[in-house]
Design a protein around this ligand. Structure first.
Ligand SMILES: Nc1nc2c(ncn2[C@@H]2O[C@H](COP(=O)(O)OP(=O)(O)OP(=O)(O)O)[C@@H](O)[C@H]2O)c(=O)[nH]1
Length: 474
């Protein structure tokens, strides 16, 4: 393998417009999944979610993550480690065994699904003559590749730079010795490390500035949005659960989705209409991953504010995935960091996605389980629990039920009235548009303009006093 730029060895891509370096698609990749037995504290510790997964599931997850950015996986190595080595994490024998596999498979990238110290990373790169990324590095790559908004890209870039900076500090002595103090990037006597740090710091400051500007625009945009207070429905879910597919499916059928009111500023927000006319804003979010590095959660906190403040949260699950329960737990864990309780039934709806790919028997059982959990319509429990909604974002199955469930959750307990309004009653129109939801408005007939409105319980007494209306029972 060719000599690499020393900066690249520690994952730095200074000077390039994007700090989030994309790993080239189809890179021949080996996935190493260390099972560090010392770390196991038994399945009771929820903070160590990786430990409670089966090894098989962990390997599948790591391979899935690597595939998510189109790496070509040529092999996978689960490795049991009882005695983690400070220099290489893995024991000598394993390092050698993997080296042979790398040589044989003409591998240029090794994903180690574990945290590596900069020194471990560097030593492994030397021993294997291949680029090595650890779990955080891989997750940053995925987030970088998937960021769809300018804010998202900036957030990932910032998280990446901070990650690099922390690694520079920790490897200071080692790298300083390695490189000597040539100072070719900085003033006299400035070491390479100091120069790297200075450049990183400058870049971090620039991105923080850019992020501030983007956020100001977003806040303004949000305030405008709040003037027309459509409820916000946020999608959350494990990476690859199908959020974006569902988002597109729900929006494509609706003419409002073509209304680029929000898309111009933020492609992850769209206005859609529910079956009975209420409008909502659907908000797609970043995918969640197990053991998400906490600084990444912090970086995304602003984006995830949509979730924190959402009226309804759709938890999209890939129900066909063998690891679906563990994934669900991981999502709950990230939500908890945002102080959102997944058991908060008031605004959470579970969406069981990908039912098209599960075998008929299991499908039957799932549908039964889902409907068994259905609360009696309009009954006392209806406001507390929404049964999981089985769907296929790919085929469109279950979309009507999902929309109905969202509607039920948002406005299920709000009564709908029919009334006729005098066309000259401008104030009346203004009141209705301000305080109620106008579902339908007909042509003027004798007695006024027929209207159908939904009124929140808060406005109901005022509404009844002001308008002569009849409540719809059907
Ligand atoms: N069979 C099947 N595949 C689906 C379905 N929904 C999504 N997929 C596939 O699952 C993969 C992931 O879908 P995405 O919509 O990108 O998932 P996501 O949750 O947005 O992923 P992140 O961006 O990583 O958070 C894609 O290959 C989709 O085509 C479904 O209902 N059935």
């Amino acid at each position: 393998m060719n000599e690499r730029d020393p900066n690249e060895q520690i994952g730095i891509t200074l000077g390039k417009p994007r700090a989030v370096s994309r790993l080239a698609e189809k890179t021949r990749t080996l996935v190493v999944v260390p099972d560090v037995v010392m770390r196991r504290r038994g399945p009771a510790d929820p903070s160590d979610l990786l430990a409670v997964r089966s090894m098989e599931a962990r390997v599948a997850e790591a391979v899935g993550l690597a595939r998510a950015i189109d790496l070509e996986i040529v092999g996978q190595h689960p490795v049991r480690i009882t005695n983690p080595r400070p220099a290489t994490l893995l024991g000598e024998g394993k390092v050698e065994e993997i080296r042979l596999a790398i040589e044989e498979g003409e591998v240029t990238l090794v994903v180690v699904d574990h945290a590596l110290t900069p020194i471990q990373q560097r030593n492994l790169e030397k021993a294997w003559n291949a680029k090595v990324v650890d779990r955080t590095g891989l997750i940053l790559e995925i987030f970088g590749a998937r960021a769809r908004t300018r804010e998202g890209s900036l957030q990932v870039e910032l998280a990446h730079l901070n990650y690099q900076k922390s690694r520079l500090v920790r490897s200071w002595t080692h790298l300083e010795r390695q490189r000597g103090g040539f100072g070719f990037l900085g003033g006299p006597g400035e070491t390479q490390i100091e120069a790297d740090r200075r450049l990183l710091q400058e870049r971090i400051a620039k991105i923080e500035g850019d992020l501030d500007k983007v956020r100001q625009t977003r806040d303004l945009h949000r305030r405008n949005r709040k003037k027309v207070p459509h409820p916000v429905v946020a999608l959350v879910g494990y990476t690859n659960a199908g959020k974006s597919t569902l988002f597109n499916r729900l929006t494509e059928a609706d003419v409002l989705a073509k209304d680029l009111l929000f898309a111009t500023l933020d492609p992850t927000l769209r206005r859609i209409k529910l079956p009975h006319g209420a409008e909502i804003i659907l908000s797609d979010t970043v995918g969640f991953i197990s053991n998400l590095p906490t600084h990444l959660v912090a970086a995304f906190r602003a984006t995830l504010e949509e979730v924190i403040e959402a009226d309804v949260i759709l938890h999209v699950r890939d129900i066909s995935h063998e690891d679906t329960e563990a994934q669900s737990e991981d999502v709950a864990e990230v939500l908890r960091l945002l102080e959102v309780e997944i058991g908060e039934t008031g605004r959470m709806i579970e969406v069981w996605n990908k039912i098209d790919v599960i075998d008929p028997d299991r499908r039957e059982r799932l549908l039964e389980a889902a409907s068994a959990a259905t609360p009696p319509a309009g009954g006392a429990d209806a406001s507390k629990v929404t049964a999981p909604i089985p769907v296929s974002a790919l085929t469109g199955e279950g979309m009507d039920a999902l929309l109905a469930a969202i509607e039920e959750r948002l406005v299920g307990d709000h009564p709908v009235y029919d009334l006729k309004l005098d066309p000259s009653d401008g104030e009346g129109f203004a009141w209705l548009h301000r305080n109620a939801e106008v579902l339908d408005r007909g042509e003027a007939v004798e007695g006024g303009i027929p209207m159908r409105v939904r009124v929140s319980l808060r406005h109901q007494p005022q509404f009844i006093a002001r308008f002569k209306a009849t409540e719809r029972t059907a």
